[in-house]
Write a protein that binds this ligand. Structure first.
Ligand code: OSB
Ligand code: MG
Length: 382
């Protein structure tokens, strides 16, 4: 494809405007229910936000890192350090976004920090052009499929109740977290009660290859996939496990960018990829991974990080782009927060679809009073 008709090349050619000010704002929003995984139970979303101004335009980017390194090595503090001391110094007016993303590769890892800057800049460019972010990404708006990620529950009744609620809302698929001891029997109970539900599980790396016989029992429940059963560095072990399972494996934590996606697909470590744009360095790297996956018959979906409305809107815009054919972890705002920091909370239509927010940039607006209410820290940059 020539740049004119290749959406990835065309977003890479977008030029960075002059940046007048940058600031970090940290917000802390209580979850409506604690979110339990095999690695941590989170009771709050503490998010680092990057605020960039250019003339009259204010654009936000959300860092998906948590304050702790339990899901991924990055934290809100490492991201702040990398953004302030290594990434923002590479941002120059007139430089193309593609060139910036290439410059970022000099800094190893830190995909969450990179995505924060990339997201804020793409949002800024879209706002200045007065077009929605999905247009900048070269994709028309369309209804986005919904999916909910249900955390580990204390009892079977609570789990069945949470799944029943999601089913009544018409979510397109339901994901339940599993861990050692809350595994096959828990899945069996959900499957018995909801025989036709598009159901999947996510272990966040709780198992090892020695658990292959246990994981094999999950084949009986026709799950759409098992997400990250083994640890984050175990791409090869996932390939060995996938050979012994009928259920597709999906990698989340193991995929830091296109290189890991290529390795995983070459090894047969998964048949599906969870692309969290915030984990792989942003929207442009996500579109590259989605294109690679489509060329190799690998399904992709957009993961989530319990983001505030800023990051959630970014994930929604990403899902307008080619390749995102499987329902992701994009669910209603009310599953996470009583009050978000933006207007236009995410809701589902009666068929379970999510509308892309209309308007320039992300199409959602940060509400100053909500922001002040949940702000725990701020810092002017330079
Ligand atoms: O493994 O996908 C995960 C949230 C935080 C960290 C890791 C994960 C998750 C989720 C929730 O599953 C996704 C969401 O609802 O945003
Ligand atoms: Mg996951």
């Amino acid at each position: 494809m020539t740049p004119a008709n290749d959406p990835i090349q065309s977003v890479e050619q977008e030029l960075i405007p002059r940046i007048d000010h940058g600031a970090f704002v940290t917000v802390r929003l209580p979850f409506v229910h604690p979110f339990g995984t095999s690695v941590q139970v989170w009771t709050h979303k503490e998010a680092l936000l990057l605020r960039l101004t250019s003339g009259q335009t204010v654009a936000w980017g959300e860092c998906v890192a948590d304050p702790d390194p339990f899901y991924m090595p990055e934290t809100t503090q490492t991201a702040r350090h990398i953004i302030r001391d290594f990434l923002l110094p590479l941002v120059e007016p007139g430089l193309s976004m593609g060139e910036l993303v290439r410059r970022f590769t000099h800094c190893r890892g830190h995909g969450m920090a990179k995505a924060t800057v990339e997201n804020a800049l793409l949002n800024l460019i879209a706002l200045q052009k007065q077009i929605p972010l999905h247009d900048l990404l070269g994709a028309p708006a369309k209804p986005i499929m919904s999916g909910v990620s249900i955390g580990l529950q204390d009892s079977m009744d609570e789990l069945l109740g949470a799944v029943a609620k999601a089913v009544s809302r018409n979510y397109h698929r339901v994901k339940i977290k599993i861990e050692r001891g809350r595994d096959v029997e828990w899945v069996r109970r959900v499957r018995d009660r909801f025989p036709d539900l598009q159901l999947m599980v996510d272990a966040n790396g709780a198992f090892t290859l020695d658990d292959a016989p246990l994981l094999k029992q999950l084949d009986a429940f026709h799950l759409s996939m098992i997400e990250q059963p083994l640890s984050y560095a175990d791409i090869h072990q996932h390939a060995l496990l996938q050979r012994s399972l009928e259920t597709p494996l999906c990698l989340d934590e193991s995929i830091l960018g296109l290189d890991e996606a290529v390795a995983a697909v070459a090894l047969g470590a998964c048949r599906i990829l969870n692309i969290k744009q915030g984990r792989v360095g942003g929207l442009i790297p996500s579109m590259r991974i989605a294109r690679f996956a489509a060329e190799h018959g690998v399904g992709v979906w957009s993961g989530g990080m319990d983001e505030t409305g800023i990051g959630r809107a970014v994930n929604i815009h990403l899902q307008t782009t080619p390749g995102f054919t499987i329902p992701g972890d994009t669910s209603e705002t009310c599953n996470y927060f009583e009050e978000d920091i933006i207007d236009k909370p995410v809701t589902l239509d009666p068929e379970g679809y999510i509308a892309v927010p209309e308007g320039s940039g992300l199409g959602v607006n940060v509400l100053p009073d909500r922001l002040m209410h949940s702000m725990v820290d701020w810092e002017l940059i330079r």
